[in-house]
Design a protein around this ligand. Structure first.
Ligand code: IPM
Ligand code: MG
Length: 360
């Protein structure tokens, strides 16, 4: 069966890093017979420029027809002054919602070769391997009503709605417990149940679902404490499950623990395992076009794509081994540079991974 993969380069450094990600998939095709076809589409600011909207109908058609999607990144200062519906970020939220990609898996893994890059002491992060499972289709990101209104006294007021349905909580809970079964069987659910009703229901539903997973240990933390624990003793965590907003914030925090946000991939999955894969760093407009961006997060996103959506774990492992090898060889892009290492650009890093794959 031929796997159909839609490639969305996006904005900023997106096109540069996605070129390297696609190169890896093509290498697996040529060298090891991976049966795949790549199609290209537009999302975000590049789509606004070409077609006037951040998630155009053509991209929607392509995305619905694909087995999996590889995305670079979206956004940049030139689009920040557009009205909200035209902003690149809206394109990303729209594709997540349109394809019902509700389960966002954000691993934070510390590569032993990069231990010195963390801002925490090496013993606090050595061996770190945690997974944030972030709900991606609900919460204050999508809740209605929302807007900016003018009160009777003439003062303006901005408002959003934090809302979670039972069914939404249930399905993300199951995704987290299932993920934990493939890891160390620990789930920590993060909420703000001491203040918010949406969290009160969240906790209740998580506890009910947990009864179906007696082999998985469940704990709860309030989000403020979770933020503190992440920088105090991050190795206490295995799987963290949380809502859209808290997950957005905590996943950036967790990423930084590894010292190399340029290394971390992510997956956003629907109920059937179809998914969108993207590096968790953004579009980095400041270094766009300079050939300096780290393509490894995108390359590792391609590995996640093979594992989770295409059910091709052996190919995923080949990529992950090859990335380990280039790090062992001392190759570093600027974001993960350390003394005595060889600085390389985006393309050279991609080529080195290809060489490692071919030599494997
Ligand atoms: C992320 C990003 C997005 C989010 C933005 C770009 C809409 O921060 O994927 O974490 O808030 O979800
Ligand atoms: Mg974010």
């Amino acid at each position: 069966m031929t796997h159909k993969v839609l490639v969305l380069p996006g904005d900023g450094i997106g096109p540069e890093i996605v070129t390297e990600g696609a190169k890896i998939l093509q290498c697996l095709q040529q060298e090891y017979g991976l049966n795949i076809v790549l199609e290209y589409g537009l999302l975000g600011g590049s789509a606004v420029n070409a077609l006037g909207e951040p998630y155009p109908a053509e991209t929607r058609r392509q995305a619905r027809a694909a087995d999996a999607i590889l995305l670079g990144a979206v956004g940049g200062p030139q689009w920040d002054t557009l009205e909200r519906p035209l902003r690149p970020e809206r394109g990303l939220l729209a594709i997540r919602s349109d394809l019902a990609l509700f389960a966002n898996l954000r691993p934070a893994i510390l590569y032993p070769q990069l231990a010195a890059a963390s801002s925490l002491k090496p013993d606090l992060v050595a061996g770190l391997d945690l997974l944030i499972v972030r709900e991606l289709n609900g919460d204050i990101y999508f809740g209605q009503p929302r807007g900016i209104r003018t009160l009777e006294n003439g003062e303006r007021e901005g408002f959003n709605t934090m809302v979670y349905r039972q069914s939404e909580i249930e399905r993300i809970a199951r995704a987290a417990f299932e993920a934990a079964r493939k890891r160390h069987r620990k789930v920590c659910s993060v909420d703000k149940a001491n203040v918010l009703e949406a969290s009160e229901l969240w906790r209740e539903v998580i506890e009910r679902v947990a009864r179906d997973y007696p082999d998985v240990a469940l704990s709860h933390l309030y989000v403020d404490n979770a933020a503190m624990q992440l920088v105090r003793a991050p190795k206490q965590f295995d799987v963290i499950v949380t809502g859209n907003l808290f997950g957005d914030i905590l996943s950036d925090c967790a990423a930084m623990l590894t010292g190399s946000i340029g290394m971390l991939p992510s997956a956003s999955l629907d109920a059937k395992g179809k998914g969108l894969y993207e590096p968790i760093h953004g579009s980095a407009p400041d270094i766009a076009g300079k050939g300096a961006a780290n393509p490894l997060a995108t390359i590792l996103s391609a590995a996640m794509l093979l594992r989770h959506s295409l059910n091709e774990p052996e190919y995923a492992e080949r990529i992950e081994r090859a990335v380990g090898q280039v790090l062992d060889q001392g190759l570093r892009t600027l974001d993960i540079m350390a003394e005595g290492m060889t600085p390389v650009g985006t393309q050279a890093m991609g080529d080195a991974v290809v060489a490692a794959l071919v030599g494997d």
